[in-house]
Write a protein that binds this ligand. Structure first.
Ligand SMILES: O=c1[nH]cnc2c1ncn2[C@H]1C[C@H](O)[C@@H](CO)O1
Ligand SMILES: [Zn+2]
Length: 369
């Protein structure tokens, strides 16, 4: 079934089918008005405006510089206003409300506790507050969640964060991530953290192949034991194409990732903003999808990249010709890749995603779209 050409229609259809998102940064997705409110409460003066749409535009301009280092600068402002339990709880709660509006049925959100202790909160206070907001949001909006704790690649305390993630495994934390600037900070520097997670039979995702090449992806998987990769955009370096752009052969790493069904958390718009790809049309997502890699779409940072999951899928539909079956397949890929227990994943696939897409197909048939 082909999605209708009409832009509004496509977007509406996509918003109304149950979607799954596994790569979303809590501190990259605040509502502009919330930043303004929180900044006012603490007397934070570094925001350029108190107009929400101007502020959103300012964050986006700051992020859209074509390199990861500048892209990450905006987080200083969002993290500064997330230093109290109340602020952390509000941001987490609102994130789930925004997911509900966007038609997301399950989300794994992530953040780095180390950025939220400037006003004296302990790590546990920070994580408890976020989990409280998420739990209330789940109750009020019916969106499932898992929390991922990020260690930062340029810091030395990643083992401590990995230990925290494991300590909270029965309270909503589902995994551990390594985020931040990629060039010059190889994941193997944090081997102790990854080995700890592995020994505890817990879950690892690593940002890799975004600002650095396929070597970074290889290291994340084969040295650090990542179960999923965030971005993996530069995996395309391990694929051989003919002069017409057809895939001729996969390199050993790409073949391994394909054969082991290792999930790749693709973030289209963010990759343009950080310069991982020069333009959306050249994003390797569609090659990976057609070659049957386990890929799915994500927002990364909704505020900085001015995006939503609906927008990411709408763009992919328009640029790459995805149809409703493709979008269902991608969301099932995402659910299969989540860090929640297998039976819960099956529940979402068979009781939420498949019936939701079927309902939409029937609706479209009845409308003769
Ligand atoms: O796209 C990204 N690549 C690497 N690190 C990122 C990206 N987006 C956000 N982060 C960082 C900045 C945040 O403060 C941190 C935790 O969410 O993760
Ligand atoms: Zn990210």
């Amino acid at each position: 079934m082909k999605l209708k050409e009409d832009k509004m229609k496509t977007e509406e259809i996509i918003r109304n089918v149950p979607k799954v998102m596994l790569h979303d940064h809590l501190d990259g997705g605040l509502r502009p008005q919330t930043i303004i409110d929180l900044a006012k409460e603490i007397g934070y003066k570094k925001l350029p405006t108190t107009d929400p749409s101007e502020l959103a535009e300012w964050f986006h301009r700051g992020a859209n510089k074509g390199n990861l280092v500048e892209y990450l600068q905006g987080f200083e402002h969002t993290c500064t206003v997330m230093q109290t339990k109340e602020a952390l709880k509000r941001v987490a709660y609102e994130m789930l409300e925004d997911m509900k509006k966007d038609g997301v049925c399950y989300v794994e959100t992530r953040f780095a506790p180390v950025f939220h202790t400037q006003k004296g909160l302990y790590y546990e206070d920070v994580i408890d507050a976020v989990l409280e907001g998420l739990e209330e949001g789940k109750r009020d909006f019916g969106v499932g969640y898992g929390l991922i704790l990020c260690g930062m690649r340029n810091m030395k305390n990643t083992l401590e964060i990995a230990e925290l993630a494991v300590n909270y495994r029965n309270q909503g934390v589902v995994g551990f991530d390594l985020a931040g600037e990629e060039g010059g900070y190889p994941p193997k520097k944090h081997l102790d953290a990854f080995q700890y997670i592995k020994q505890k039979n817990f879950n690892i995702t690593i940002h890799a192949g975004e600002a650095f090449g396929k070597e970074s992806i290889w290291q994340a998987i084969q040295i650090c034991g990542a179960h999923r990769i965030g971005h993996a955009t530069r995996l395309v370096e391990d694929i051989v194409f003919d002069k017409d752009g057809n895939v001729v052969r996969l390199g050993e790493l790409a073949q391994y990732i394909l054969d082991t069904r290792l999930p790749l958390e693709i973030c289209l718009l963010s990759n343009v903003h950080t310069g991982a790809v020069d333009k959306l049309e050249n994003h390797p997502f569609i090659i990976l999808f057609r070659e049957k890699f386990r890929v799915f779409l994500n927002t990364d940072d909704r505020l900085m990249s001015d995006t939503t999951l609906t927008k990411e899928y709408t763009i992919a539909s328009e640029l790459f010709g995805l149809n409703l079956d493709d979008i269902e397949k991608l969301n099932i890929n995402a659910m299969k890749s989540s860090f929640i227990p297998y039976k819960e994943r099956l529940y979402y696939i068979y009781n939420v995603i498949k019936p939701g897409f079927q309902k939409m197909r029937e609706k479209l048939l009845s409308l003769k779209v």
